[in-house]
Design a protein around this ligand. Structure first.
Ligand SMILES: Nc1ncnc2c1ncn2[C@@H]1O[C@H](COP(=O)(O)OP(=O)(O)OP(=O)(O)O)[C@@H](O)[C@H]1O
Ligand SMILES: [Mg+2]
Length: 609
């Protein structure tokens, strides 16, 4: 039996819209807080009971709604934010669809009380559009009780109170990060869970105050500021990223905003991740808070009812902007995070243990609370540019410099050497040095050398191919037939790395050449490790990460091991090579290779300051 076509009742139409706009308490929090921000509020107070399912109240001190517009505020397709098609493509408010309040009102018991600027009375309207006088200071208070009572089916789809509370927390984190000039207070079941006062200062100063509450103190203290712009396109990127030694097991600590609006965008997330390249350990994710500014007509926000996805007119320009800015910040600031002993205050950027190093020839990160100087040198390609490693000798032959004449001379720290002069080794594993600012420098010899070899191989690889050394007698590696096949299938690829393999028998391969850098090292363990690497690479592994894997394996095999005694001359040679290769300040696994304590920090440790 066919039903006749008929207009849906307004409440039903609103409930259908609510299915897209408000699917859980967290989306109510998002819609209401965005309305308050659009109304120019500088203070928000959110009270939640039962993760907002029992009661959810938002009070703001924004511009308010006049009495005669209150019925419109809860009517569908009524908005004060846009008026024409042209406006739709130039949106500079969070809301514009005129759907949120009617949707919420259709699935809950809503009460909206508002007093506009300059008026001395407040009015209240409820879900049934009944008006009544009320008492309220300037601003708006919206109370949402019994959310989804009107659509019990929706209520059934909700997760536990705990997961709804977590989803609300995710919305609040975005809000707190993006609006440092707004005071935000949140009470959950009567207890205050967030209170962030309004911050002062410029972009970096004000936003820096919100990093700790949301991402933790370690990120806040060590975050690297990021800034880049493409003025001709009206695009800019401001933000903060974690250094290579601080990372997370998933991407939930990455916050991306476009014109202040929190969004999800796979391509920009990939730009961020790719800019770290091999500076992060495999499977780890950077932490970041990035704010993109783009002209309002270059982004379409009307793609998704909840506005969490947007479409860009020039996505590749934005990819380039994010990649270049992050890459630039990292290449200037590769330096380890150092933990202070428990009883001393943790180092902050302003009292960084690297202060003395920073003044030297490396260009390190600027203090995060001042805007970093913008370097317009964009990398046109999206593959990580490889730092041109200076020519260096992996076997620690002394560089022909007069200051490396003898061990005694080494003890004198040289002004131009930020890593200083070696004093000796600890546990035959760590090189201890002093620079001429009195800073104590400690280097992990294996990790540092591994990074140096890796960078050297990488530059050889990009310049052509890695120099091979042919073996007089092939070395035979026995393996399973499957492993032999796998190795031989990659023989052509491995040849570019200076490793030549031939079939020997079904269960053995012959190594006929090895990378020159390996010297007299036994190539068998290298080939065994490479077999494992090749097994773990899926066909979807990008070329770049295959390359990084293979180089890292070779580098690891060649590097001087921990527990090896080095002469002072060898120690100094390593320090000089590290200075010439800024990327060597972290090892291939993202761990620091060098840590340092300034004289001031040392004095503090001994209570001399
Ligand atoms: N807290 C508030 N303070 C002042 N005015 C408000 C507030 N909340 C809502 N309004 C007014 O009510 C109108 C309707 O709000 P609603 O959220 O339903 O739609 P919108 O914000 O215009 O668009 P969207 O559906 O995209 O959020 C807004 O356009 C605004 O004028
Ligand atoms: Mg709105």
């Amino acid at each position: 039996m066919r039903r006749p076509i008929q207009q849906l009742p307004e409440t039903l139409a609103n409930q259908i819209a609510a299915g897209e706009v408000v699917d859980r308490p967290a989306s109510v929090v998002k819609e209401l807080t965005e309305n308050a921000l659009d109304a120019g509020a500088s203070s928000l107070r959110l009270e939640l009971t039962g993760a907002g399912l029992v009661n959810l109240i938002l009070t703001d001190n924004g511009g308010g709604i006049p009495k005669d517009e209150l019925p419109l505020a809860i009517s569908r397709h009524a908005t004060s934010k846009i008026a024409s098609t042209e406006d739709l493509f130039n949106i500079n408010t969070f809301g514009f669809r005129g759907e949120a309040l009617p949707s919420i009102a259709s699935v809950s018991r809503l009460k909206l009380t508002s007093r506009p600027e300059g008026q001395d009375e407040a009015w209240c309207i409820n879900s049934q559009a009944e008006l009544s006088p009320a008492a309220h200071p300037k601003g708006t208070r919206i109370e949402v009780a019994d959310l989804f009572y009107a659509t019990p089916a929706r209520r059934k789809f909700l997760k536990s109170v705990r997961s709804e509370a977590l989803a609300i927390e995710a919305v609040l984190k975005n809000l707190i990060l993006a609006h440092p000039h707004v005071q935000i207070t949140v009470l959950e079941d009567g207890a205050e869970t967030w209170h962030v006062p309004a911050a002062q200062g410029d972009f970096f100063q004000s936003h820096a105050t919100r990093l700790g509450p949301v991402l933790g103190d370690e990120f806040a203290k060590n975050a690297l500021p990021v800034f880049a712009e493409k003025p001709a396109l009206g695009m800019a990127l401001h933000g903060f990223i974690s250094g290579p030694t601080l990372h997370s097991g998933n991407a939930t600590k990455q916050f991306l905003f476009v014109n202040g609006r929190p969004i999800k965008d796979r391509s920009l997330q990939a730009a961020l991740k790719n800019a770290y390249g091999d500076k992060l350990p495999a499977g780890r994710h950077p932490m970041a808070v990035l704010f993109l500014t783009v002209p309002t007509d270059a982004v379409d926000v009307n793609v998704h009812p909840a506005k969490s996805e947007v479409r860009f007119h020039q996505p590749s320009e934005l990819y380039g902007l994010v990649f270049a800015a992050v890459h630039q910040a990292l290449s200037q600031t590769l330096r380890p995070v150092m933990q202070a002993p428990d009883n001393t205050p943790a180092f902050t950027h302003s009292q960084s243990p690297f202060t003395d190093l920073q003044e030297q020839q490396f260009s390190y990160a600027p203090n995060p609370i001042t805007a970093p100087s913008f370097q317009p040198a964009y990398q046109p390609s999206f593959t990580a540019p490889i730092p041109t490693a200076p020519s260096y000798n992996p076997d620690f032959q002394l560089p022909p410099q007069k200051l490396l004449k003898g061990d005694e001379e080494q003890a004198q720290p040289q002004a131009e050497h930020p890593l200083g002069a070696a004093l000796g080794q600890v546990a035959n594993t760590y090189i201890v040095a002093e620079n001429n600012h009195g800073a104590l420098v400690v280097v992990d010899q294996h990790a540092a050398h591994e990074r140096l070899v890796y960078e050297n191989l990488k530059s050889q690889f990009t310049e052509g191919r890695i120099a091979a050394q042919h073996l007089l007698l092939p070395v035979i590696v026995s393996c399973t037939p499957a492993e032999a096949q796998l190795l031989l299938a990659h023989a052509e690829e491995l040849q570019k790395f200076g490793l030549e393999l031939e079939s020997y028998s079904p269960s053995a391969v012959a190594i006929t050449a090895i990378p020159q850098l390996l010297g007299h090292a036994d190539p068998v363990p290298l080939v065994r490790d490479l077999t494992q690497d090749l097994q773990s690479l899926t066909p979807r592994t990008t070329l770049n990460s295959r390359l990084e894997h293979v180089l890292a394996t070779i580098a690891c095999h060649h590097s001087i091991r921990a527990h090896r005694r080095l002469s002072l001359a060898e120690q100094n040679a390593l320090l000089r090579q590290m200075e010439a290769t800024p990327a060597s300040l972290t090892c291939n696994h993202g761990r620091p290779t060098v840590v340092s304590l300034s004289l001031a920090e040392l004095e503090k440790l001994f209570a001399r300051r």
